[in-house]
Design a protein around this ligand. Sequence first.
Ligand code: AMP
Length: 214
Amino acid sequence: MITLALSKGRIFEDTLPLLKAAGIEVLDDPEKSRKLILATNLPDVRVLVVRATDVPTYVQYGGADMGITGKDTLLEHGSQGLYQPLDLQIAKCRISVAARADFDYANAVRQGARLKIATKYVAISREFFANKGVHVDLIKLYGSMEIAPLVGMADAIVDLVSTGNTLRANHLVEVEQIMEISSRLIVNQAALKLKREPIRKIIDAFACALAVPA
Ligand code: AMP
């Protein structure tokens, strides 16, 4: 049995065509079904639907053999015991610093001000600001970070940006890009040894599907 961990939403939808290229069709729609373990057309392949931030944990501890997760989640989680054979180029976005339009971020950085940053990406933010030599107080949030600067709780946020619509709707502007993000295929290193052939087959099919121009 090969178990693949996925999260609902963008990553799940963008993964379906890749699975199809590997000859795998998921038999249930996670948006409609309450099932968390989904069967596929192949009796020896199944899909787990887990929270995005839990995908690396399932793969690391062998609850799943493989998974698909954003680079942001991997960097926050750490990648011990995980083999990362492919950048799948899906769920692309960037992780950025954003602030209120009336906050002069560049000037605050130049002046060596201590910044209050609200984010769920504490590890990524800590490293980014440390490398810039900027002192920050990090405020950990689990969602809706955009609110924090609006209510005066933080000077800026660090969050994922795709179209920029969410920032615009909340009167925030992107003031610095930290890095480009896309989803990665991750594989449990022990599973790769024990189930080498079926896992290799899926990795190769994904790689093949990516090489075909859209
Ligand atoms: P947007 O309004 O298109 O810039 O999207 C921003 C919102 O969607 C933010 O709340 C992000 O956390 C979330 N988001 C954007 N891209 C992704 C992604 N690839 N994976 C997960 N969440 C995302």
